[in-house]
Design a protein around this ligand. Structure first.
Ligand SMILES: [Zn+2]
Length: 137
């Protein structure tokens, strides 16, 4: 692994481990980059000029950190030239008792209509690649 941003931390090889707080976002950024590169290759395009993702508010991903991490890892890729657009997705759930769909506020997993605690999360828990804008060869 190459560390190009934190030169001061690289004494013997890379010490990315020091930045434990951003490791999660860095591994996500790398996985995302690989996914986008795969799309570019499959489509026979020259590069991705824009990448859009949605991040659930309950996914544990910090949008600012992901943005920084992605800019960092994508800076080493010839296939991804654009920036990352992040859209946050609110946590939504469906009641298993009355099928009511509602936005979960303050992580209160209780149906506002029938007070049932049996709810299923519909969205807001994951990070999804939404859109990749490609530049033709
Ligand atoms: Zn209900």
């Amino acid at each position: 692994m190459q560390c190009n941003k934190f030169e001061s931390c690289c004494q013997n090889g890379c010490r990315m481990g020091k930045f434990t707080g951003t490791m999660h976002e860095y591994s996500l950024a790398r996985a995302l980059l690989r996914q986008v590169e795969e799309v570019v290759r499959l489509e026979g395009a020259a590069a991705a000029t824009s990448v859009a993702v949605t991040i659930g508010e309950f996914s544990g991903v910090e949008p600012d950190l992901l943005q920084t991490a992605f800019a960092d890892v994508a800076g080493q890729s010839l296939l991804v030239t654009g920036e990352l657009l992040i859209e946050k997705v609110a946590l939504e759930a469906r009641c298993e008792s009355c099928s009511h769909e509602f936005a979960v506020e303050r992580f209160r997993f209780v149906c506002p209509q029938c007070e049932s605690g049996s709810v299923k999360v519909l969205r807001g828990e994951e990070m999804m690649l939404e859109r990749v804008v490609l530049e033709a060869k």
